[in-house]
Write a protein that binds this ligand. Structure first.
Ligand SMILES: Nc1ncnc2c1ncn2[C@@H]1O[C@H](COP(=O)(O)OP(=O)(O)OP(=O)(O)O)[C@@H](O)[C@H]1O
Length: 319
């Protein structure tokens, strides 16, 4: 009787597994076991080593990690500037490995917008702010008769990001912070699905960095744009609901923050919880301080409990 029940339960689980939606089916950005190998003078560097990442529509998230962990490599792939060696990656339904050159150009113009660390890289020096922001729509080939509409949109983006007063200034007539806010307006000009920013506050002092971050938040809340920001800045990383850490070319841990209200006092506080990443192959990286504390090495004992998996140190008796 028990055997029959067990069999039925196993069958039910197997069928449920088969009909479950595929990995990342509801994500706007989906990276599945992404690999990027660079070859230089016969030496191979594995910048991404099977990276998994899902980002939902409307998220504002930060990517952090030590220098050389693979953050910029990932951003260049998501920006359509580089192609992964293996794995799968899609953004807003565009397959980043299969795109031809024409689709790639359209992708870079219409699906993603980017803001780089170097303020000078984001804007054309001989154009004013409003001309810089109007340019992407012009390049997209919108009819010339729509010039006024383009300027109107550019003006409303500059106003949204608090730099309307810089409208007719060229980049060298603006502060670094103003340039970055105009750069965000440029990146948003074609209403991209995703805004990517690689160390956008890296060249700025902390107060200006805060203003830039506020501009990203405004874009996320007012326009609903999904935003991924690479940052070294702990203060910026702590401002977002989700921070994903990359280590050795893989996503390693993730911090989720949510606001909790104390029922007694009514006071709000942000509660952060850190998660380890479980990759698609079922691999889990245990924090070193945990394994060291319990003297775990080489192998561990696993036990499946109804609500958890237990990991225990290997014992001489094997029990
Ligand atoms: N074009 C390239 N050719 C060869 N190796 C590269 C190339 N681009 C990146 N790498 C290597 O890939 C690894 C990941 O680099 P990446 O720039 O993605 O790291 P990062 O996390 O962005 O670092 P940082 O925070 O310093 O910018 C590094 O070992 C780097 O040297």
């Amino acid at each position: 009787m028990t055997d029959a029940l067990d069999l039925r339960e196993l069958e039910r689980r197997a069928t449920a597994g088969r009909s479950a939606p595929g990995y990342g089916h509801d994500a706007l950005i989906s990276c599945d076991r992404l690999v990027r190998v660079f070859s230089m003078d016969g030496v191979e560097v594995q910048a991404l080593q099977g990276l998994d990442l899902l980002v939902r529509q409307g998220e504002l998230m930060a990517l952090v990690g030590a220098s050389g962990s693979g953050k910029s490599t990932l951003m260049n792939i998501l920006a359509g500037l580089d192609v992964p060696t293996a794995g799968a990656a899609s953004v807003a339904g565009c397959d980043l490995l299969a795109m031809g050159s024409r689709d790639r150009l359209r992708y870079r113009r219409e699906v993603v917008g980017f803001v780089w660390q170097q303020t000078a890289r984001n804007l054309l020096p001989y154009l004013t702010a409003v001309q810089n922001v109007s340019l992407p729509a012009q390049l997209r080939g919108r009819a010339a008769g729509r010039a006024r509409k383009r300027a109107e949109r550019a003006d409303s983006l500059l106003a949204l990001l608090g730099v309307a007063d810089c409208r007719d200034r060229r980049p060298h007539q603006m502060s670094g912070g103003q340039q970055q806010r105009v750069a965000i307006a440029v990146a948003l000009a074609n209403e991209p699905s995703v805004l990517l920013a690689d160390e956008p506050t890296g060249e700025l002092d902390s107060q200006t960095a805060e203003q830039i971050f506020a501009a990203f938040r405004t874009a996320n809340e007012e326009l609903g744009t999904t935003i991924v920001i690479v940052t070294h800045d702990q203060a910026v990383a702590a401002e977002v609901r989700r921070t994903v850490a990359i280590r050795d070319g893989r996503t390693s841990t993730e911090i989720l923050r949510r606001t909790e209200v104390d029922t007694a006092t009514g006071r709000e506080s942000v509660v952060a919880r850190e998660y380890a990443m479980l990759d698609r192959a079922g691999r889990l990286q245990l924090p070193e301080e945990y394994t060291r504390a319990l003297g775990m090495r080489d192998r561990v004992l696993l036990g499946l409990e109804p609500d958890r998996i237990e990991i225990r140190p290997d014992t001489p008796e094997g029990v």
